[in-house]
Design a protein around this ligand. Structure first.
Ligand SMILES: *Cc1c(COP(=O)(O)O)cnc(C)c1O
Length: 392
């Protein structure tokens, strides 16, 4: 089927939530390079939105997944499964948290997190269902996570939503102090807001959220769905800040493309859940966990060093782009945003870059987003810089 035929079928039958998509689609890839149906190669700085951390041809990953496909794909959570038990152990080791639940996506991981926080507060006698979230955050598309998301444009048609959320400005310590009162069931935030525009929280602010949650005995939920799995050069971005969440969520890169999300909690908060309080048919099935186990075991100290070093290089090259259209370059590790001046539309730049053979993303606040596979090569970064310079 050629590109136009696919586009036509999509236009006729697919729910049109993604609108008109790109002029090219991909049929394969290697390392951090995608193969277009047009016969061209595309340098990948998006990684399927921070998912394909190991790129497109990691032989160990492919073999781990294939072996599990041949052995057993799914069995339901009525039964134990070894990849699930082993992945749970490894994630607890890497995060310092005690217990994990697996779902199929980021939003599901956050749903689990919100439910744990709510049940914990409920058990303490709190009747409220009020959470605090940060403006410009993104936490998912299910009804609860849509409202956890601190961007009003998502809410309009879907009120009243689930639970209630008070959206506080990022990096405003006084606003956090005023909002996190005895009525709140929990606080949810990202360490670096991804969809919002690659906006890092300050150390002081994140530490304030931590302290206020401790004082109120409510959960600090840190959504590491995009920032986790080594993306920022630490296994969790919160580790760069020396702040420990009560509950933290992972997804995107966890399965390197096989859908899986994880919600991790301390024993104290995990104890809020009893058998029957939560569940999933697919979540944590042997295939997804075999994928997650392989990826997680690859994110070791050497890989984190590599991400940090490449991240520094990427940021340097982006800062060196000679253009008066750029107002800021920010981020950590291989999660970097380039904010453009108001006159230059980030979406246009994304399309022009695709024409030039570069897959990049955009995010809120007119920002270009670069979240490449960790196997991105320096030469690809050099080429990105030149291409950006000519487009900007
Ligand atoms: C992508 C993302 C989500 C949602 O994940 P899905 O798998 O699309 O449900 C939630 N939080 C953050 C920070 C994300 O980047």
């Amino acid at each position: 089927m050629d590109h136009n035929q696919i586009q036509e079928l999509d236009a006729r039958h697919f729910l049109q939530v993604f609108g008109r998509r790109a002029f090219v689609h991909f049929t394969g890839g290697h390392d951090a390079v995608l193969h277009g149906d047009d016969g061209k190669e595309y340098q990948d700085f998006l990684a399927g939105i921070a998912v394909n951390a190991l790129g497109y041809s990691d032989a160990g990953f492919q073999s781990a997944v294939k072996t599990q496909v041949d052995a057993l794909i799914h069995i339901s959570n009525y039964f134990y499964n070894e990849p699930q038990a082993r992945l749970a152990q490894l994630l607890c080791e890497k995060t310092g948290l005690d217990r994990v639940f697996f779902g199929n996506s980021g939003a599901e991981a956050n749903e689990c997190a919100l439910k744990i926080a709510k049940k914990y507060a409920f058990a303490k006698g709190k009747q409220s269902a009020k959470f605090v979230s940060v403006q410009n955050s993104f936490h998912g598309r299910t009804v609860a996570t849509l409202f956890a998301t601190g961007q009003d444009k998502f809410h309009t048609a879907f009120r009243p939503g689930a639970f209630t959320f008070d959206y506080i400005p990022a990096n405003d310590v006084e606003a956090a102090k005023a909002a996190i009162d005895g009525d709140v069931c929990g606080v949810i935030c990202e360490v670096i807001q991804g969809e919002g525009g690659v906006l890092p929280l300050t150390q002081e602010y994140l530490q304030t959220l931590r302290d206020l949650c401790t004082q109120q005995d409510v959960a600090l939920i840190i959504d590491e769905i995009q920032t986790g799995m080594g993306r920022t050069g630490a296994f969790l971005a919160q580790q760069l800040y020396g702040v420990q969440a009560d509950i933290t969520t992972l997804a995107k890169a966890l399965g390197n493309g096989i859908p899986i999300g994880a919600c991790l909690a301390t024993q104290q908060f995990a104890d809020a859940f009893a058998p029957g309080d939560h569940g999933s048919t697919f979540g944590g099935n042997p295939l997804a966990c075999a994928a997650g186990l392989y990826v997680t075991s690859k994110i070791d100290a050497a890989m984190l060093d590599h991400v940090r070093a490449l991240g520094v290089y990427l940021k340097e090259q982006l800062c060196a782009v000679n253009s008066d259209q750029v107002c800021d370059v920010r981020g950590e590790g291989l999660m970097v945003g380039m904010q453009l001046k108001a006159g230059k539309d980030a979406h246009d730049v994304v399309s022009q870059m695709l024409r030039k053979g570069f897959v990049i993303g955009s995010a809120g606040g007119n920002t270009l987003r670069f979240v490449p596979p960790y196997v991105i090569a320096k030469e690809q970064i050099d080429a990105l810089k030149d291409a950006l310079e000519s487009v900007l």
